[in-house]
Design a protein around this ligand. Structure first.
Ligand SMILES: [Zn+2]
Length: 210
């Protein structure tokens, strides 16, 4: 398995390709915009898009989903707790911030801790409310990868002032559910640079919260 990164949309969201090099199947994490460009990349790399994993429902993580789904029939996963935000163009900010009101109906709504298989490798969904009420992360134990959306950033964390945010839950989501993962876990966040769990245990402002 390997990861490729592509930045999409007006706020340079990190969209990640999780690629099985043997089967040439790919899962996209947070295809936030520019569906045609993402499809072109899949085509150039000879990849079949099978799965879309959404860390949360904000517009800058979902805008490409309808076009990708129509073109490929990929299965869309999200947390059950995020369903209402995904289905509300006001809450997901697509109307106000992008002037392209949009809703997304996930095919599979996951529960906290639910394990499933993506492109031949196990994935565990970790529910991490805070940035939104249904934000989640995807942990790939065999690779030691965590796709953290707008929950955990390099020495930082996601905004806590947007619709459905739960500021009081962010510290426990990060400390109790993410920083307990193996220190060598590579963190692929929704914005900015990669990090590791070990680095964030030392440097994340949420790590010290009681
Ligand atoms: Zn967000």
């Amino acid at each position: 398995m390997l990861v490729r990164q592509c930045n999409v949309g007006m706020v340079m969201t990190n969209c990640f390709f999780i690629i099985n090099e043997e089967t040439k199947e790919v899962a996209l994490v947070d295809p936030g915009d520019q569906a045609k460009r993402l499809l072109d990349q899949c085509r150039q790399l000879g990849l079949t898009l099978k799965v879309i994993l959404l860390t949360h429902g904000h517009f800058d993580h979902i805008m490409a989903v309808p076009a990708l789904k129509e073109a490929t029939g990929a299965t869309v996963y999200a947390s059950k707790a995020e369903d209402a935000l995904l289905m509300d163009a006001e809450y997901n900010l697509s109307g106000a911030w992008q002037h392209r009101p949009l809703t997304v109906k996930a095919d599979v709504l996951l529960q906290d801790g639910e394990e499933f298989t993506v492109c031949g490798t196990p994935v565990k969904m970790i529910l991490t409310p805070g940035h939104t009420c249904g934000s989640c992360c995807y942990y790939l134990p065999e690779q030691g990868w965590l796709f953290s959306g707008d929950t955990l950033f390099l020495e930082s964390y996601g905004r806590l002032d947007l619709p459905t945010a739960m500021p009081s839950r962010m510290a426990s989501s990060i400390k109790d559910k993410l920083l307990v993962l193996p220190e060598e876990t590579v963190v692929y966040p929704g914005h900015n640079d990669l990090t590791t769990i070990g680095h964030e245990k030392k440097h994340n402002p949420m790590a010290g919260w009681a």
